[in-house]
Design a protein around this ligand. Structure first.
Ligand SMILES: Nc1ncnc2c1ncn2[C@@H]1O[C@H](COP(=O)(O)OP(=O)(O)OP(=O)(O)O)[C@@H](O)[C@H]1O
Length: 324
């Protein structure tokens, strides 16, 4: 059995809104193996980013963990002090890349200086600036930045979106993290640049053996990258399976609907959209959260909450159709 890098048990998270707490994540159970790429997929508003932020303890003050636990390398990280989490885990054992790298890079400092700062911190302030500059240039080269010596002295606004994302990946991997949370890192990029960044990410993962939680609204993007996919809808995981299995044998009607929205998957029928939208937090329906948009729903779906159950080897789905 491979080691579990991350183990999330019965997690529930709430946001405070107008004086009361609204549940955004419910019954989240997920495990991530060492070196595994797990994609977390669902429409906007499903709760994917909230889950990523919960793991990295970046939730706003208005949010709370209402139930459950998160174990990282066997350690319960919900009970670590903020100082210990910051000193030992965040930015070192766990790193994150986000959709808009321009928000993560400081516009007033040169890109090279920002990489130097991370390297300096990693070297425990032991190495000279000259040594670190050499390392920083090597890193820029490794992530595919051409003319890295020159680029070292440029500011973030002189880098394209794709180049900024390369720099963010370089900085994230400097500490050789065990877990990288990638929250829609290619969404703002055009298709060819997206493919290059996904390729770079795959290569970095091969080299560093990092586990990745890859958050995306697009099943097509994660198809060639992930080992497994967890599909999320309105705060719940509704299906989890190996990537190939999920594409070949989707079980949950929501997964099926997402697949039908993919141009390459749906060769014969017209491209579809999913009618309706993910409900707001204060408007989750009774029963299965997906039932108002589900063309297969029946009486029980409107009354009871389906739980994730194993429907085939390592394939889990939360749908009452499986009991019929
Ligand atoms: N700080 C907050 N306070 C209150 N509600 C929030 C907050 N952040 C997110 N939400 C709500 O929580 C739900 C899940 O949002 P979240 O951003 O986690 O979803 P997502 O699947 O990542 O979507 P997107 O891709 O659009 O970010 C949404 O209904 C959203 O409006």
């Amino acid at each position: 059995m491979p080691d579990k890098i991350l183990k999330i048990n019965n997690l529930a998270v709430e946001y405070r809104n107008k004086g009361k707490y609204l549940r955004v994540l419910q019954d989240i159970n997920l495990e991530l193996d060492s070196g595994e790429i797990l994609a977390l997929v669902g429409e906007s508003g499903s709760g994917k980013s909230t889950l990523g932020k919960t793991i990295l303890r970046l939730l706003p003050d208005s949010a709370r963990i209402a139930e459950g636990s998160i174990f990282f390398k066997g350690k319960d990280i919900c009970n670590l002090s903020e100082k210990d989490f910051n000193d030992q885990i965040r930015g070192q054992e766990m790193a994150m890349v986000i959709q808009n790298p321009q928000n993560a890079l400081n516009p007033v400092f040169k890109v090279g200086t920002q990489i130097l700062d991370v390297l300096y911190f990693k070297s425990k302030k032991q190495k000279s600036r000259k040594e670190l500059k050499k390392e920083a240039v090597e890193i820029l080269k490794k992530v595919g930045i051409s003319d890295p010596e020159y680029r070292f002295g440029e500011y973030p606004h002189q880098f394209s979106g794709g180049m900024k994302q390369r720099v963010m990946l370089a900085m994230a991997f400097i500490s050789n993290p065990s877990l990288l949370i990638a929250d829609e890192p290619t969404t703002a990029l055009d298709l060819t640049v997206e493919a290059q960044i996904l390729n770079l990410l795959s290569n970095l993962v091969d080299e560093y053996k990092t586990s990745i939680l890859y958050i995306s609204h697009d099943l097509g993007v994660v198809a060639g990258l992930s080992d497994r996919i967890a599909v999320m809808y309105a705060g719940r995981i509704v299906e989890v399976a190996q990537t190939r299995e999920l594409f070949d044998h989707p079980n949950h009607p929501y997964t099926e609907a997402l697949l039908k929205c993919l141009p390459d998957y749906q060769k014969t029928e017209e491209l579809q959209t999913i009618p309706g939208q993910v409900p707001d937090l204060d408007n989750y329906p009774p029963g299965c959260n997906f039932h108002p948009r589900c063309s297969y729903s029946f009486g029980r779906c409107r009354q009871e909450d389906p739980r994730l159950e194993e429907i085939a080897s390592e394939h889990f789905s939360a749908c009452f159709l499986n009991d019929r």
